[in-house]
Write a protein that binds this ligand. Structure first.
Ligand SMILES: Nc1ncnc2c1ncn2[C@@H]1O[C@H](COP(=O)(O)OP(=O)(O)OP(=O)(O)O)[C@@H](O)[C@H]1O
Ligand SMILES: [Mg+2]
Length: 262
């Protein structure tokens, strides 16, 4: 039997604070609702880790930095939520020096167990961002519809192009629709990449972060949660099209001597 090779999807944007970590937590939770125990989210923002906080994990017993420094195998650094989302969080107290890391090599083992591996990245373009980007099969680029964020997005596209990492699409984040925002239609035209989601600015997101529960679980009917579920469906469709998720096998039962599909 062919070994499973899960897809590594990185969530990136050079601009900070646009909603990358929120997107990773919610995309992961929404995917886990459909693909229980087959999705993992991984912290790659080594120097300012906060992905775990979005899931209410304040003081994780095992962290990605333990793996990077060779103290643990990657399979030993996983925590599991009760809704079937797996996570490798980072340490919020990490202050050590970090050189270049072979993240692609470190994460490879996860492909055998998970269908989708989502990486949360740091902002900017430091070494850890490049190491994270090199580990990805595809990128989801977050862009807030404001001038500095769009400049950062274009920078992220250039880096992806240079490293030859395909872009899955753009997620417009924290969209308010106020007059000082760049209209969604203009962004779609300018960036030229498919817009996979338009996530509104939503107070329920801020509330859900405080509660340590992704908004797709905390307030499933809130506007942001609805959009995150649509994004999850787009990712599933894309991954299935790449034949990385085997279609669910039709169960056959014998009834009155005939095979019946259910
Ligand atoms: N859709 C939203 N509605 C309201 N608040 C949001 C939304 N998305 C994110 N936020 C808030 O914006 C802040 C920044 O979000 P987040 O940490 O996800 O951004 P980031 O891009 O990961 O930042 P960094 O670059 O620093 O890692 C957080 O306080 C978060 O709660
Ligand atoms: Mg972040």
């Amino acid at each position: 039997m062919r070994q499973k090779r899960g897809l590594i999807l990185g969530v990136f944007s050079a601009k900070g604070g646009v909603g990358k970590t929120t997107t990773v937590a919610n995309l992961g939770a929404a995917l886990a609702q459909k693909l229980k125990n087959r999705v993992i989210i991984v912290e790659t923002n080594m120097t300012a880790s906060n992905l775990g906080l979005h899931l209410g994990i304040l003081d994780p017993p095992v962290v990605i930095q333990d793996v990077v420094f060779g103290k643990l195998k990657i399979s030993e650094a996983t925590s599991v939520t009760d809704y079937g989302l797996h996570i490798i969080p980072g340490s919020v107290a990490f202050t050590d020096d970090l050189g270049s890391i072979d993240l692609r090599g470190i994460l490879d083992e996860l492909r055998k167990k998970y269908d989708i591996i989502i990486l949360d990245s740091a902002p900017g373009f430091g070494l850890e961002v490049f190491d994270g980007m090199k580990a990805c099969d595809e990128l989801l680029i977050c862009c807030q519809p404001r001038v500095p964020a769009i400049a950062g997005t274009l920078q992220t596209f250039r880096a992806a192009d240079r490293l030859k990492i395909p872009v899955f699409g753009v997620g417009l984040t924290r969209v308010t629709g106020k007059r000082f925002e760049i209209p969604t239609s203009a962004i779609k035209r300018t960036l030229g990449w498919p817009t996979m989601a338009v996530i509104p600015e939503d107070d329920m997101v801020a509330e859900s972060v405080t509660r340590g529960t992704p908004v797709v679980l905390h307030a499933p009917n809130s506007p942001a949660a609805v959009e995150y579920r649509k994004l999850a469906q787009a990712v599933i469709t894309h991954v299935r099209a790449r034949k990385r998720i085997a279609p669910r096998r039709k169960r056959k039962t014998i009834k009155r001597g005939r095979k019946v599909k259910r």
